[in-house]
Design a protein around this ligand. Sequence first.
Ligand code: AMP
Length: 453
Amino acid sequence: MSFRSLGLDAAILKAVQETGYTEPTPIQAAAIPFVLQRKDLIGIAQTGTGKTAAFTLPILSLLAASPSKGIRALIIAPTRELVVQIEENVRAYAKHMPLTVATIFGGVSERPQIKALEQGADLVVATPGRLLDLIRGREKAFSHIEFLVLDEADRMLDMGFVPAIRQIVRLLPRKRQTLFFSATLSREIEKLTGEFLQEPETVEIGRRSNPADTVTQSVYEIPQHLKPGLLLHLLQNKALNVVLVFTRTKHGADRIARRLEQSGITTGTIHSNRSQNQRLRALNEFKEGKIRVLVATDIAARGIDVDGITHVVNYDFPPHHEDYVHRIGRTGRAKAVGEAISFVSKEDDDALRALERFTRRGIPRVKAEGFDDKAPAPPRERGAGGDRRPPRKPGEVRAPRSSSSSSSSYRSGGQPRQRRADTGGGSGGTQSGQKSTGEKKGVIGRIFGFGRR
Ligand code: AMP
């Protein structure tokens, strides 16, 4: 099938051609005709399927057919990154149209956003929270809305945005076309579609449980304390070129980024403690190839659309299989191939098994050549919360931590941990296997926690 046969406006077809797309993806082929027929639509599709173009192309095409009269299309998405991503897509597809676009999201000044609303941009892309703040008192600016898109609705539900969305939708004209995209179709999601859509058509592309076939998946069974070492070990392979690493927490993300940077691997982070500018800068640097690894948490990673991500690493295995599918959907996008690597420790066994049941597919267990995945944890990591000391203040002199006899003996003698690595500490296999280069020595140091502040 060709884009031409879908009945899109000529200006849009030209832009699509210049983008380099040769044919519509399945979600585009299925959804675009319904949108052009002015139908409400439920699109069930995971990221990476081309769903953004599936709703932006026909909306732009319909907008091109009528004169500008203020805000005519509103796209709501859960995160700032996704908003920026959608805006980029819109700008690329609308480049031969006289169309104005505005974005609305928190973490930056409201003033330019208010100005854009008051000037009546044709199309607005927004996160729910800031939009709700700004729409109040400016309802009139939204009275010409013809199109409403709710993107990643399941995620908006998870993030607690539904009350805000309800309030926003109440302020919009009833006579409008509503498109609703979600990666899953749970009962709650269905209830929302009943509230917001009228006689919708449904298109479902690829069951949610099936990660893209272009992604090769593997699992490394590894105890928690060896994860940093394994990541560094794997990154010695230059084929891991554009790497997105997922962690459960923002502090975890920062910790890993620091370790990678210390080993000379260019790394950025993207999570909710970082300012909007920092997040966008990290994303751009990643896109431009200035950094090799981007470490992200799930929520912040929504909307990361970077072509050519070669590897997604689940440094922390996600407890929910939806997150797994979302994460690995960041690689192997459109028709590219990619690899998804998961580090799985004992605590993750249940989640891994649940995922495999859900996808009805086993994920191969693999081992890293030359890496000892049985090396014991250093004594201080064996006890719960053993290294949770606050950072030392400048000039602060600390008493050694009281602990078991073996660990206190390491700490009281000047360079105790160094000695443990040099002597092998009973796990000679790993250490002798990995100490052949300076970097590998560093890896061992990090595995055993030396040099941490
Ligand atoms: P999405 O699912 O919207 O996040 O899109 C995933 C990726 O597919 C993005 O990098 C798009 O630029 C790309 N894409 C969208 N439509 C097509 C198409 N028809 N042919 C090739 N790539 C596409």
